[in-house]
Design a binder for this molecule. Structure first.
Ligand SMILES: [Zn+2]
Length: 378
């Protein structure tokens, strides 16, 4: 009897963890102060005489960060950032953290990343806003160099974040604009949504629009549709950080499965507004109950412009490969789905169009095609 190994064309081919790691990935939503290596926090704390760390063993400290973020207590969650920011107050520390961030992402197969941080949170030991931005930029360049030495290619751009509860948004927007040709690709606002609507910072967004610059806004994570609506229709955001609550404007008929989109959800889909989704982070903050229930499943089916992101790699104990692996496990996604998320992210990136296109056609697509064809040569 002759036999032929074949795969039914409709049967999805599930990518292996190794293929996911080797697949080129793009990251648009990742916080610099949420992605430090535990060992680096311990080193920096020792060097700087910071004695408030809950653990000084790197492994135990890593577990502490994840537990604190998992605890469901906002106080403990915020405490995690108090520790990371505390050790990121010198040029040397910022340089090291940024360099390692680029290295770690490259090691994980990320080829393009936009990393955000709030310069105003790194001024405690007397650095100026400019010194913060320059130290981080130099760190990213160093990380790109080290990655190249190790056979990886990565490009990292910075997003400057202003804090929603503070009153420095215009100043930070001006800073982002000043460094737009030297490593800063855009602007963001972050922090507690409730009580701090993005319209508080209209002057900053209007300034950036007049400068033809780009920005994203954290909206629709904890707080619902009004926050998304304001971010888009009042502030003019190019992208939404999270945006998971857009699901509140979508109705699925329990009987026949008909889907009805409200005006806002329609607008978001029609205008291809990118949603920077961060599945693991959303589970920790309670924005979704479980991955299976996460709006990303339905939103992907409805072909919203979904991107997959890490948010805080340290607090969520995650990486781009892990986020992809979790989605593959939960929704049965194939390499073609992962490629779709990656192309979506590049289409939504803040670097120039020709560079995005080259990244899609010359870096992402050929490597996904290669991965998809591996079964042929086993
Ligand atoms: Zn975020």
């Amino acid at each position: 009897m002759t036999s032929q190994t074949t795969v039914h064309p409709d049967r999805p081919r599930i990518p292996s963890p190794d293929q996911i790691r080797r697949a080129p990935k793009v990251l648009l939503h990742d916080h610099l102060d949420g992605g430090l290596r535990p060992g680096t926090i311990v080193d920096l704390a020792r060097e700087q005489g910071y004695t408030n760390l809950p653990e000084t063993d790197p492994d135990k400290l890593g577990v502490w960060f994840r537990d604190a973020a998992d605890s469901g207590s906002l106080e403990r969650y915020l405490e995690t950032f108090a520790h990371t920011c505390a050790v990121m107050q010198t040029k040397e520390a910022l340089f090291r953290v940024a360099a390692e961030c680029a290295e770690d992402l490259a090691e994980d197969g990320v080829v393009y990343a936009e990393i955000r941080y709030a310069p105003e949170q790194h001024l405690e030991k007397g650095l100026s806003l400019e010194e913060v931005v320059e130290a981080v930029n130099e760190g990213f360049r160093e990380g790109e160099r080290r990655a190249k030495e190790n056979g990886h290619r990565i490009r990292v751009g910075a997003l400057l974040t202003a804090m929603r509860h503070a009153a420095r948004a215009l100043e930070i927007a001006e800073l982002a604009n000043r460094y737009r040709d030297s490593g800063v690709v855009g602007f963001d606002i972050a922090g507690a949504e409730a009580g701090f609507p993005p319209t508080r910072h209209l002057d900053a967004f209007e300034y950036l629009k007049r400068e033809n610059n780009h920005f994203t806004i954290h909206a629709g994570e904890a707080f619902g549709l009004p926050s998304i609506w304001q971010a888009l229709q009042w502030c003019g955001a190019d992208r939404l950080g999270h945006g998971v609550r857009i699901i509140d404007d979508i109705e699925v008929d329990k009987e026949d499965g008909t889907v009805r989109l409200g005006r806002l959800a329609s607008y978001v889909r029609d205008k291809r507004i990118p949603l920077e989704m961060c599945p693991s982070s959303n589970l920790q903050t309670g924005a979704a109950g479980s991955l299976a229930e996460h709006p990303i499943g339905l939103l992907r089916e409805l072909r919203f412009r979904i991107t997959v992101n890490t948010d805080n790699r340290l607090m969520s104990g995650t990486s781009m490969s892990r986020e992809f692996a979790l989605l593959v496990e939960t929704f049965g996604y194939t390499l073609t789905d992962l490629e779709w998320f990656t192309v979506n992210a590049l289409k939504s990136a803040f670097i120039p169009f020709d560079e995005r296109l080259a990244m899609i056609n010359d870096v992402v697509k050929p490597r996904y095609a290669e991965l998809r064809s591996e079964w042929l040569f086993r």
